[in-house]
Design a protein. Sequence first.
Length: 286
Amino acid sequence: METVADWGKADVGERVFAPDDCWALRRGQPQSFRRGEKTAPCRHIDPTSVSDSLCVPFMAQGEALGIVSLQMRANREQVEPAPRSSGEAERRLAAVLAEQVALALGNLKLRESLRNQSICDPLTGLFNRRYMEESLEREFSRANRNKTSLAIIMMDLDYFKRFNDTFGHQAGDALLRTLGELLKRNTRGQDIACRYGGEEFAIVLSDSNLDGALRRAEILRQQVKQLSVEYAGQLLGAVSISMGVALFPDHGATMSDVLRASDQALYCAKREGRDRVSVWSVESVV
């Protein structure tokens, strides 16, 4: 947990702490502390500097999303605790605040979850084909406007059906997830990696020339060959990938043209023996 907003002289406790350090988060209900009473303070609160504290969790659909923590500085001359009734207004206000903030956070989290479901492939965590095609329209417009190039790398796992037939579909899913993780780790933030369908994947490299795209493709091909995928205690064997590269505007003037060109280059790589990178050419078209 990390403090994101505060007011007053809020320097009497930890600004970053583990969720288990707050009783309100652990129990999912408000937790108060008053000096002189038999209640333990949360570990993120300094009991030597605070005479009275209240932590109220932001609860949404049974999940604690955060807290509001109210703390009253200790008066060095104060021996007896102030009457509990003196803080009831603040407690009611804290409860109302927590309820409203939790509702807002819950709605935002739900909205983000629904958006992720609509643009991400649930198995690999990569973007899905729909998101890639929507993003491509934007990227093509930008490249056309700025007179820059854009590359598409289409790739396909070699002999994927053999993995499914030999080890089962769950093992095939494990292989797809592993490849998805590899692509996420090796994709720049400005690029788009997606599961195009089945065992076919695609990467959109913005502001990239052909030499740069070919280097990236070759590095990925080598990394895939080094993958060691295990399922149910059994290694799945050697993995390889075929890749096709096409460039805008060299290999097509529209998004559909370049996608088709990269797909044709991919099938050219598969025809030539798989486990290789091919660039679109007239010979790629059968």
